[in-house]
Structure formats: C-alpha cells, structure tokens
Ligand binder design. Structure first.
Ligand code: SF4
Length: 328
C-alpha cells in the first residue's frame, strides 16, 4: 500500500469550446508523501495552476471540468465528494496560498479575525482560544509583535508581511497539504528568500506537505524534495530534486535548467528554449515538445511518449531521453 498522503491518478481538466472539448491538463498522476514538498514547474500555460485548482475543485470557469480516476487525500477520494464535503475539506484538508495576497485577504477584516475564523471552523476553538491561536500562528510565520499586529488590517502590512499573513490564514485551518501558487513571484529577492525559508520551517515544524507551483526552477531548487515538470498540459518528468537537477533526462527539463543555471549552482550563461508551446486545441500528434526539441527523431512526430517509470522513483515521458543531462 502506498504511504502517500495525496494520490492523484489520471487527473484531467477539460475546457468546453465551440469547436469541441480541449484538454488543458492531460491525465496527471503523482503521489505526495507526508512532509514532502513537491515542486510543480513549467512555463506559463502548462497547466500546473489549473491542475491544483482541480484538486481543490475550484476551477475558475463553469466551462472547465475536472475528470480522473481518483484524487485521494488520506484515503478519501475528493473527486467523489459532494460539494458540502468538499467545502469542509477545503482549508482543512487542502489549503492554498497565492501570488497576490491582496486579492485573497479581506481588506475590511482584521488579520487576526481572518486567521481565527479558520481556527474556529476547523479546530472547534472558542473565540478566546482562536484569538490566542491566531497570535501564535502570526508568531510562527514571523510577524513581529503579533499581540499588536493581530488587530491590524491587511493595508497596515507591507507586501512581504501580507504574504506571511495569507500563509497564517491558511495555517489557521490546519491543512494537511498546502498548495502554494507562485507564492514569491511578486516579491523582491530578499523577501522571496525569507518566504521560502518560512515554508521550509513550517514543513519541519508542522510536518506540512506542500505543492509549490512555480515557473522558476531556482525557487523550486531552493525548497523542494521532488520536482514534477509539466509541458503543454502533460507531465514530462518527475524525479527527486537531486536526480532531476544533476541529470535531467527529458530535453524540456534540461532546457529549463539551462535557463536557470543558478538552480544547479553553476554560473553558466543563460539560454532560453527557442519557440513556443503548442496551442492545446491543435497539439502536435506525437510529442508536444517535438517542434522545439533538438533531440527529436521520426518516432517523436508520430507517437506521443507515455510516462513510464525509469527506476529510482524517476518517471519520464520521452522516446529519446538524454543520457548525460545535456541541454536540449
Ligand atoms: Fe524530444 Fe522526442 Fe523526447 Fe519529445 S519524445 S522530448 S521530441 S526526444
């Protein structure tokens, strides 16, 4: 039996369009262990945010639907839960934080009250206990003078402190898994490093499992235990962080690394991957990366590569994988 806390099996997100259905996330499968931080990386539009919103059953449009074999959190299949069950589970089972805290914090509600709301709802605490817990959580996320700051409104916090406050609101629900969607993209480099350190501390202190969505492999390299690379709606490589950074086997992973040499601790010249991802209403019939891949052979144009285990916990979807981690 798998020891995974979260098991995702064959999760797809499909858009209804006038010309027919368009698959935006295509049969995503992965496991997340207790206390593990998984980095979900890929270019904008690769489907990483949509996939995580599908896990939360919070797709941003009525024209989108999620399908799949199963999404099990601690054994409970979220795809089969009714909306009332899902509402109970959001926050407590799966929490989510975002790039822009201002659009997710209530500007008219004190920070402490926003944290305490989740504490009362999900932990059954009294008003007094919830306030004490809100102060403690503010302390844990590094807000100075939390006894005073608990009564502040979001506009009284700086950008970095608002990001910490949003994390505190999520923690108030005591989630099993925290999904962090580009949590540091809008922050300057110093604050970004502080927030990443905070996420690591929270994992260590609370045993929290996390999915960190990022387009930036450097951010993922600083934080995650394992990395899943998405391209054009599909998972193309999934491995432990050391394995993927030391020897990416998929040409797209290698290309991303070449764009972020700092992720490998190297000072190489920055490259970029030439070309654009395909439009998902008419993707290439074979490998979706084929038009941009300098490893491609005839088989790549004809058959989509299946995701397969290649040993040591590594999974790969490529007909002609790299052997030495060279760039695509
Ligand atoms: Fe490149 Fe072929 Fe691998 Fe696709 S399957 S990434 S085109 S080598």
């Amino acid at each position: 039996m798998s020891s995974a806390l979260l098991q995702v099996r064959g999760l797809s997100v499909i858009a209804r369009a006038t010309q027919g259905d368009i698959t935006l996330v295509d049969r995503l499968s992965f496991d997340l262990g207790p206390g593990e931080i998984l980095g979900l990386v890929g270019e904008s539009g690769s489907g990483k945010t949509l996939a995580c919103r599908a896990l939360m059953r919070l797709l941003p449009s009525a024209n989108l639907r999620a399908e799949g074999q199963a999404v099990r959190l601690a054994g409970q299949d979220l795809l089969r839960l009714d909306e009332a069950g899902m509402r109970r589970l959001r926050g407590h089972g799966l929490g989510m934080i975002f790039q822009n805290p201002s659009s997710h914090l209530d500007p008219l509600m004190r920070i402490g009250a926003q944290i305490a709301e989740g504490v009362r709802l999900h932990q059954g605490a009294s008003r007094r206990e919830a306030r004490a817990e809100a102060i403690e959580i503010l302390r844990q996320v590094g807000i100075p003078d939390p006894q005073t700051r608990v009564d502040n409104y979001p506009h009284e916090f700086s950008g970095g402190m608002r990001q910490r406050a949003m994390i505190a609101v999520a923690l108030g629900c005591n989630p099993q898994v925290l999904i962090a969607d580009e949590p540091t993209t809008a922050l300057d480099v110093t604050v970004q490093a502080q927030i990443l350190r905070l996420l690591l501390e929270l994992r260590d202190r609370r045993g929290l499992s996390m999915i960190l969505i990022s387009h930036d492999l450097g951010v993922v390299a600083q934080t995650c235990d394992s990395i899943a690379v998405m391209y054009a709606g599909r998972l193309c490589e999934h491995a432990s962080k050391p394995a993927l950074l030391a020897q990416p086997r998929h040409p797209y992973s290698a290309g991303l690394l070449a764009c972020h040499p700092a992720a490998q601790g190297q000072g190489r010249r920055m490259n970029s991957i030439a070309g654009q991802p395909p439009l998902l209403d008419a993707p290439p019939p074979g490998c979706r990366f084929e038009p941009r891949c300098n490893q491609a052979g005839p088989v790549c144009r004809e058959q989509p590569p299946a995701l397969r285990d290649i040993g040591a916990g590594q999974r790969l979807a490529c007909h002609l994988p790299l052997l030495d981690g060279g760039s695509a």
